[in-house]
Ligand binder design. Sequence first.
Ligand code: GLC
Length: 668
Amino acid sequence: MDLELKGIGMDSYEWREEAAQNSLNRLLPRFENSHETPLADIPIQWDDFKRRLNREWERLFICLHELYGWQYDFFYTLEQVLGLLIDSWLDRPEAMHLLDKQREADPFWYLSEDVAGIVLYVDLFSNNLAGLRKHIPYFEKLGVNYLHLMPLFSVPHGENDGGYAVSDYRSVNPDLGTMDELAGLAVELRERGISLVLDFVFNHTSDEHKWAQKAKSGDPEYMNYYLTFKNRIVVDQYQENLRDIFPTIRKGSFTWNNDLQRWVWTTFNSYQWDLNYSNPAVFCAMAEEMLFLANQGVEVLRLDAVAFIWKRLGTDCENLPEAHTIIQAFNAMARITAPSLLFKSEAIVHPDEIIKYVHPEECQLSYNPLLMALLWEALATREVKMLEHAMIHREYLPAGCAWVNYLRCHDDIGWTFDDEDARHLGIDPQAHRKFLNDFYTGKHPGSFARGVPFQFNPDTGDLRISGTLSSLAGLEDAIEKKDNDMIELAVRRINMLRSIQVSVGGIPLLYAGDEYGVLNDYTFLSDPIKVSDSRWVHRSKKQWEAAEDLTDTDTLEWRFFHEMAKFFKLRRQSPALRNGGMTVIDTGNPHLFGYLRESQGQRLLIINNFSEFDQVIKAGRLLAAGVTQDAHEIFTQSAIHARKDLVLDGYRYMWIDTSDKNSAPSPS
Ligand code: GLC
């Protein structure tokens, strides 16, 4: 090393490379020599581990140094981290080591057109894990191979934010089963080609977690696991820049705790205590929990509430650079110990911020809340300009990453589009949000939607929307009015949204119940634990009796289910739909959203009509989009005449194969 570069205050970080190497050279032999089974005695696998460790250590070191390098005991932190990497790797089941190998050979498997997902609450879907196991054929029939089970860990009785207040990351809620059962389920799913996805709720624990309990008992080590304040003045200083996430439940982000006689940082509910990541012990403890979950057979972790994990006075404490550094450090650790593990980011924030979490070295996958919100926006306005604009300017992800495209999930819909984008298109963003909220709560004249308001904030006028896919798309209203034409329109709306969800690029993720068109469930209104959270309107228990209806071809449930299964099947059969390569085209019609998908020798032009009326795309536009003589539409198997205008009737979607040779197999 150049001696002049040594020392504090230099702006070149070159020294870190050498420091990283030095730390590893010092630490690793200690572990190699101190284990009961000398690590080198398992030569092949240990070499594999060491190869990954050598590859990733510098990046991990740099992240850790940025976060904790200023603390006097940084070398101890490094030692802890290396120790837990090795221990977790030693605990990793053989089957997972095998999967790691497989995934390392095919690292981008999740970009494939084969991947399609479903997300569900175990208790609502099948009572418990044993029940879920029996329903694996249901997933196979539907055609999903990515199964996200919503938080199923031990939680406080009563309110627990739908499982997002975790009391123990290592035990499953006893009402649902055990950790062993979960690990067994993961094996069975994997044998059937289905990847298990779980939440990693890492911004906060419940106030019943043992760390919180020790903190409450005054243990200073654990008090430092959370962000607590004696002084209200400091709390107020932080509070000045924070937004309320659940304003109808509670004002402010802090909760007074009597045991502690201190204010506790609680971004969400008062029983969800934010963790203090500026304490390296918290980082290590949570990394350990993460790798523990990976060892249970989890292939993807949904990183919950990523935006909030780092706080700094004077900022809104969202999306701070350190939040990214923490995830990057977790990512490097996963690459070393559990290389098949992927992260999905849940950042429901401004589009400019969402995208910053998506990177092969951070989260390989991300929810796509912008697409979701703008699909609903276009459905309400019947115009696609905001959608088109966003898809042209905001959709591109780094290579090796994918969006997770959803229409509905267990949460509300927030109108997260960029205000400047709206203004650029001549739309007043605030007035437009108000219109969308009126539309989706059914207040706007002529609205087909039956949404329920969520978290109205009178100070800002903000409001979000709850409701199921079908109720928001008009089915509930139509059924109630017993109007068959309206029912048909609602079904067509839903299928048009699905057409985009499965073809636009990324992993389509169904919210369970939507596959058979479940409507809002208002029973939460009479449950004191749920009544203040309208998201329960779209969290209903699956009625398997109704699902048996799926054999009755006359029911809407049957139709929805089979149409969904057909979408997934066609997706699997369409190599063009591999992730990447999406180009929005100018359809010349404000109601038609069109794009090209091209990959692996196939080229599809996909057009979706957002209005209930016939819409035309001119022959010239089709020609410009590459529609040639022998193009054909995949769903209807009809020929598309080049040089002729094309008419799409209300809510019609068309997948037009414009490959040189029409290679896409036809649906059966
Ligand atoms: C995420 C979850 C949401 C939960 C919150 C707090 O946003 O999706 O349901 O309330 O995190 O954990």
